[in-house]
Design a protein around this ligand. Structure first.
Ligand code: CO8
Length: 380
């Protein structure tokens, strides 16, 4: 039995980005038009007028300044407010698989590996392209992995860490030499851009992690411990699913099959903040104790990227002192929340400066609730 290491990571970033100012200007134009259209109902008290969003609020409450998206024009068009993505035929690779493939190719190039060195692909993300065939099998096929396997898994924002543990265990058990864990996230398609409370939260991206049997090379990161945790909560939900089209609500004469706003992302942000900070801080500290690590042994935490203030509080608990900046790098300002990819982007962009023997933790948390810790040590 030989342990798995993280040999390299990969990142694909869309070329379009929306600043808070652009986003708020579009939302506020939509709100004015909406209020004018519903003026009579608002006057009669049947409907509430929409109030303006604010770029200052967004940055202060979350740390987000901008987000990358697949289609900026569709999101900002107040008559649409949904990315405009052309349908693809069955003979074409799907969009999620395509961006995941790019992140995988980046990870392989950085590790100096080719698809011939890889036996499996796990696509671990918040949203699947479809029920089947799996995105992972499309990526496997596009990479040209003839004799291998691929499957999709969804643990919302914690998909990457759950995928890393699954891949590391399979490699250690001898089921594969190397596995790509890939996190394609098109969060812009499952966000309600007409909802002032959440319209600023998410962005699009794809990340990949190449895990490999330790004895097959040098460099990268040893995995010194992984832990996964879930605890049921209704505070972050997305009820979109294949049974939606069968459901009739009172007064409807037929199920219409079209997803409604309540089948998009919804959350009780304040409750999530209050409940998840202690859950995750305690989990990291307990795992550190188990591994015999004290705060002084920790060089860096790469946390899930949902909220800068949450991350500062968790980092303070881990390090036992005020911590931020390079202790707990943030990518929220440019990328916003990219669900499962967030902690991996932080790791990818902010780990090259560490030296052999330096230790840190990649930590995810999100819907479910779900949380995962992957402690790593830089290899020579
Ligand atoms: N502009 C101006 N004011 C606003 C806006 C806005 N856009 N939105 C809300 N406000 C106002 C509210 O109306 C409220 O006003 P008042 O006090 O007068 O009632 C005030 O601001 C405060 O509102 P909130 O209490 O809602 O604001 P918070 O300070 O709690 O900040 C946050 C909101 C930023 C959402 C914060 O609660 C937060 O980040 N919480 C943590 C959330 C979190 O971590 N969620 C997990 C994310 S989900 C996830 O990671 C996985 C999901 C699955 C993947 C999804 C893929 C797409």
């Amino acid at each position: 039995m030989s342990a798995a290491v993280i040999r390299a990571t990969g990142l694909w970033t869309p070329d379009q980005s929306i600043s808070n100012e652009e986003l708020v200007s579009s939302y506020n134009a939509y709100a004015v038009a909406h209020n004018a259209r519903h003026a009579d109902e608002i006057d009669r008290g049947e409907t509430e007028a929409l109030t303006p969003s604010s770029a200052e609020f967004i940055e202060k409450a979350s740390g987000i300044k901008a987000r990358y998206v697949i289609d900026k024009a569709g999101v900002l068009d107040i008559d649409r407010m949904v990315p405009d993505i052309a349908p693809r035929g069955n003979d074409q690779i799907s969009l999620l698989a395509e961006i995941g493939l790019k992140a995988c190719q980046d990870a392989l190039a950085r590790a100096g590996r080719t698809a011939a060195d890889v036996d499996g692909v796990i696509a671990a993300a918040s949203n699947m392209q479809r029920a089947y065939p799996a995105m992972a099998i499309e990526i496997q096929d596009a990479l040209g992995i003839e004799d291998g396997f691929g499957f999709d898994m969804n643990v919302a924002c914690s998909s990457a860490t759950f995928g890393i543990q699954a891949a590391a265990d399979m490699i250690a058990a001898g089921h594969a030499r190397a596995i790509l864990v890939v996190n394609p996230e098109i969060c812009s398609a499952h966000l309600n851009w007409r909802d002032r409370d959440s319209h600023f939260i998410f962005g699009d991206v794809a990340t990949a992690i190449l895990l490999e049997r330790e004895d097959l090379g040098t460099g990268g990161w040893a995995i010194i411990g992984t832990k996964l945790k879930t605890k049921f909560s209704n505070n972050i939900r997305n009820n979109f699913g294949f049974l939606n089209r069968t459901e009739r609500t009172a007064g409807e004469t037929a199920a219409n099959g079209a997803p409604k706003d309540d089948k998009l992302f919804v959350q009780e942000g304040r409750k999530v903040f209050k409940e998840v900070v202690p859950m995750v801080s305690d989990m990291i500290r307990a795992h550190m104790d188990e591994l015999g690590l004290s705060p002084d042994d920790m060089r860096r935490v790469w946390l899930h990227q949902a909220n800068i203030n949450m991350n500062l509080m968790i980092a303070k608990k881990v390090f036992g002192r005020d911590a931020g900046g390079e202790d707990a790098p943030t990518i929220l300002d440019d990328y916003a929340n990219t669900s499962s990819a967030g902690s991996i982007i932080a790791f990818h962009l902010h780990s090259d400066d560490l030296k052999a023997g330096d230790k840190g933790v990649i930590c995810s948390f999100g819907a479910g609730y779900s949380a995962g810790t992957v402690f790593v040590e830089k290899l020579a």
